[in-house]
Design a protein around this ligand. Structure first.
Ligand code: PEP
Ligand code: MN
Length: 343
């Protein structure tokens, strides 16, 4: 249910509404609007009619049911976009089109430092790199684990770029959170509800990738798991879905960007690397993402793709990344967004 407060309602009335919601066995989530506050009351769908009694409380304007199954992720409760602050001065979902870039996997000190310097010089705002890798084969490189996290921290120290890295296992949440600025949930874990619940309890932004076969509704329900635990800083990422097509690694569902933007207030970025699987297809999909209204990109870049431990064929060389960033400016401009310029 959405409890819409009167614009004249003060703190006391709001506190009373929250208290009553809890007494009725629901969880209150306050959304502070510019003119009025609304409170989302979420919990067991079966007895929700009892929340109608809140209508009689002072300060309450109306009580209306939330029609969509994703209560907190939807625009019904929060029509205005969510701005996810990564670090002071860096926000995803606002005016700036934010580009995250780096290797698929962290491999060694020189590789991550060289990549970090290059992507920063080209205008990237975050460094990506996997330390825990969810590989299809148990025999493939699984990541450097904590050593990789330390190398990411070193690259952050040198370049000032915040880092985004994946957490694969609920057991590692605490460890990864000690190093990461943004915790990535990979496509394969989009419905790992135990992991999502744990991430919902963190005070850290979460980059939640779409699963390769999740519908948009299922995807938003996954975001809801994080939001329902109290963490509002969720960034969505379209990374391609599995279809009959084999010319590309996945099929970039570019329409998912405006669909998501319509359904949810959460920021939406695009991963053109996993979506296509081929480096030469990455730049055009970067431009398409900007044109479609995405809030940013996450792009794989490797100084020597031919030697990459994972995802070499889809990784841009630093020089190709730089060129892509230069051309991207025209598209972000046309979309009414700003782009951090190259050095
Ligand atoms: C990755 O970002 O390297 C990755 C494994 O992505 P995805 O979960 O989208 O496959
Ligand atoms: Mn990868």
């Amino acid at each position: 249910m959405i409890i819409v407060m009167k614009s004249s309602a003060g703190r006391k009335e709001l506190a009373e509404v929250k208290k009553r919601i809890r007494e009725l066995g629901y969880k209150p989530h306050v959304i502070h609007g510019t003119t009025r506050n609304v409170v989302g009351a979420v919990g067991d769908e079966r007895g929700k009619a009892v929340l109608q009694t809140l209508q009689t409380l002072p300060g309450v304007e109306s009580v209306v049911p939330i029609l969509k199954p994703y209560k907190l992720a939807g625009r019904e409760v929060k029509p205005e976009p969510t701005l996810v602050e990564i670090v002071p001065g860096l926000v995803v979902g606002g005016e700036e089109f934010v580009v995250m870039a780096g290797p698929c996997s962290v491999e060694c000190e020189s590789q991550i430092l060289e990549t970090a310097r290059a992507v920063k010089a080209a205008g990237a705002r975050l460094l990506r790199g996997g330390a825990f890798k969810p590989r299809t084969s148990p025999y493939a490189f699984q990541g450097l684990e904590e050593e990789g996290l330390k190398l990411l921290a070193l690259a952050r120290e040198e370049t000032g770029l915040p880092v985004v890295t994946e957490v694969v296992n609920p057991r590692d949440v605490e460890l990864v959170a000690r190093y990461a600025d943004v915790m990535q949930v990979g496509a394969r874990n989009v419905q790992n509800f135990a992991l999502l619940k744990m991430l919902g309890q963190l005070d850290k932004p979460i980059l939640l990738k779409r699963g390769m076969s999740t519908t948009i509704q299922e995807y938003l329900m996954s975001a809801e798991y994080i939001l329902a635990e109290g963490n509002r800083r969720v960034i969505l990422c379209e990374r391609g879905i599995r279809t009959f097509e084999t010319a590309t690694r996945n099929t970039l569902d570019i329409a998912a960007v405006p669909v998501l933007k319509n359904q949810t207030h959460l920021p939406v970025i695009v991963d053109p690397s996993h979506a296509t699987g081929h480096a030469h297809l990455v730049p055009p999909m970067c431009y398409a993402a900007a044109a479609a209204g995405a809030d940013g990109l996450i792009v794989e870049v490797h100084p020597h793709p031919e030697d990459a431990a994972s995802d070499g064929p889809q990784s841009l060389r630093p020089e190709d990344f730089r060129q892509m960033m230069t051309r991207l400016a025209a598209f972000t401009d046309a979309a009414g967004r700003t782009l951090n310029g190259a050095d």
